[in-house]
Ligand binder design. Sequence first.
Ligand code: SAT
Ligand code: MN
Length: 576
Amino acid sequence: MNTHLQQWIEEIRALTQPDAVVIVNGSEEEFQALIQKQMKNGSLKPLKRPGSFLAWSNPEDVARVEERTFICSEKQDDAGPTNNWKPPQEMKEKLQSLFQGCMKGRTMYVVPYCMGPLSSPMSKVAVEITDSPYVVINMRLMTRIGTPALKKLGNEPFVKCLHSVGKPLHPGQKDDQWPCNPQETAIVHFPEKHEVWSFGSGYGGNALLNKKSFALRIASVMGRDEGWLAEHMLIIGVTNPKGKKKYFAASFPSACGKTNLAMLESILPGWKIECVGDDIAWMHWGKDGKLYAINPENGFFGVAPGTSIKTNPSAMRTIEKNTIFTNVALTDDGDVWWEGMNDTPPQHLTNWKGQSWTPASTEKAAHPNSRFTVSVSQCPTIDPAYDSADGVPISGIIFGGRRSSLVPLVRQALSWQHGVFLGASMTSETTAAAKGEVGKLRHDPFAMLPFCGYHMGDYFAHWLKQEVPGRTMPQIFYVNWFLKDADGKFLWKGFGENMRVLKWCFERNDGEAEAEKTALGFMPHAESLGADPRLFAIDREGWKQEAEEIGRYFQIFGKKLPEALAKEQMKLAAVL
Ligand code: SAT
Ligand code: MN
């Protein structure tokens, strides 16, 4: 075994004092045994769907906790104004005491995993040590775990991810259905050391450290240092009726429809969308000057509510079997249900808190951030190249947020620099993916606000630096599916209809689609997309205020705000 790993296991075993240590090999038998173990203690309930299970979390552990997430870089300035920072030494000491004996009565699982295709030079191997068997089975669906990852690693150093639910068991003590320790939760990143320490939560990105912690926070730092991009982006292949194919990457904040767009079923005859990934893209420049993306993940951790045969048929087919559901409702015949799955809810359910539920209940049956975990291999529209070592060439990058007013349906950036400005000035209404108020407008640059592992001003500069002679820069677009009219009704149907917008982006990329140059970028004519003209209205007063607000926001980056972005902000303010 890898000598660094051997050493690390010994160190963590001594610190956390588990009853047993298991090196996870990733086999089917091991997976089944872990499921049996969790069914026995009630953590997992078997479902009618073949190979599928339901977990209900502690109601205090249901989403990412941003105020308890830290970037502990050596210098505070490297974490920047958008991250929580503590001196690494002080934080390490605190963590040492939190982790002291924290795995007593539990098994410590050592999970080697590879982010990205095993054969790809862009992929990276990491190891997560966790005392949560729920984390292990989720990781088996989400990443490439076990022996193949260890083999790829050889004797190289690796990213160390340490996780504990923070709930040691005394001899004879009965375990909780969802052990966690919300009072002491902390998700801590040491970017220089390529280390993550997560304590107290078992949910999603707090605990599956491969995802936001490694593939975004730590990987964004690696990308800065090594000249590539780790982004909160889905990746899709779009094929036109002539059989021409282009790939797009698209970045939206959590729970703004990335999974739906990634699995879109075209409503336009002859057009086809295929999915490479629904959440994260690692992008490197090829020798041919094109930008190539891989999906570092191997599964989906999708938001359940709102997913239906109408909104996302491909996802519904993906989750017909071999799926772990978390915090959805249970039907009386052992299936799952969530708000938005169909028009008429069942007459009786057990809600995500394990309580009896009827349509008359005032509480939601499924938690708004309830999820499904499933392997990409079950997605009927998975792209043939999703596991390709070379990745896929990106023709366009799409940014977007959830804005009920002001921001038009789609526009194209005037240049790379303007596109970076659009990414930097992204704003979106908050969702249930993170703890806190829902529907509150906030800045979320590049949908990376909670996920950038270093100073956001440096991150903007890193994006600007990508434009060098000899490279084919992807075109940049900005979309907003969420505009509402005065009565609060959506102006755009979204979902399958979004194909019309993608078609325009595709044809812009071919230099074919028409567009008008406006103060906000190139815009299509509403009629050509079959869209309500209000989706393209430019409210100059509103935009003046928006430009001012962007200017105010940019000030938080101080000297690290790139000149080019300050200029773009002034250009926007001047043109309105
Ligand atoms: O919980 S996760 O961070 O994995 C999901 C999300 O917020 O996008
Ligand atoms: Mn996400």
